[in-house]
Design a binder for this molecule. Structure first.
Ligand code: CA
Length: 225
């Protein structure tokens, strides 16, 4: 999943980002309010992890901005403040969950898995699409019971398509989803093509239908027909 981690303490930011990346997420970071505000205005994320006390502003205002923009991103508040008021205000503003610092990395990752499951899979442990079954917690996909051997990028790509059935996803949106803002070049569009080619090949080899449609010059979509 693609995450934005907003945290001004450099050491904590690096530790958290490393742990989240190890868990297979694409992680972008912001170190202050202005940087975070710019990113949430420019890019789409599956989840935003926001510290409340930031240089240049209040993390709760970022939550307000996300909600005012009708962002689809989940919101997880990371707070050192032990005030009940802040947590209640955060949840009232539409945040999905919060963690009080200090917390264990395993708890952060577990809360994040639960949050993404709630938001993307309606709280289900598995997602079923035709002959495919996906276990998001294990990052595992099976075709009629047979394990589909996917790379991390192929898995992320398939999940992105499954989360947007019937919707056209542009190559640019897919590139941004898979790589974050490091990759804004034409090269990244070629790598989408090769990931898609491999994904289709693996699906059809296990006997799944090819439901990933190409709309030439536009992008791709998961066909519901
Ligand atoms: Ca802080």
């Amino acid at each position: 999943m693609k995450l934005l981690l907003i945290e001004d303490e450099a050491a904590l930011r690096q530790t958290l980002a490393a742990s989240l990346r190890q868990n297979g997420h694409v992680v972008e970071t912001a170190a202050d309010y202005a940087q975070a505000h710019e990113k949430i205005k420019l890019y789409a994320y599956d989840c935003v992890l926001v510290d409340l006390t930031l240089p240049g502003g209040d993390g709760l205002d970022l939550v307000r901005t996300l909600k005012a923009d009708k962002s689809a991103a989940g919101v997880l508040i990371l707070t050192a403040r032990d005030g009940l008021d802040d947590r209640v205000r955060g949840l009232d503003l539409g945040a999905d969950d919060y963690l009080t610092k200090p917390f264990h990395l395993s708890e952060l990752n577990a809360r994040l898995r639960a949050l993404l499951r709630r938001r993307q899979f309606g709280g289900q442990q598995t997602l079923v699409f035709r002959e495919l079954t996906v276990w998001p917690d294990a990052a595992e996909v099976r075709v009629r019971g047979a394990l589909l051997p996917l790379t991390r990028k192929e898995y992320d790509l398939l999940l992105y398509l499954l989360a947007n059935p019937g919707r056209v996803l542009t190559k640019e949106a897919i590139a941004e989803h898979l790589s974050g803002d490091q990759v804004d070049t034409a090269d990244s569009l070629d790598f989408i093509y090769s990931h898609l080619k491999n994904l289709r090949k693996k699906l059809t080899e296990l006997g799944a239908e090819n439901y990933i449609r190409t709309l030439y010059g536009v992008g791709y979509k998961l066909s519901l027909e």
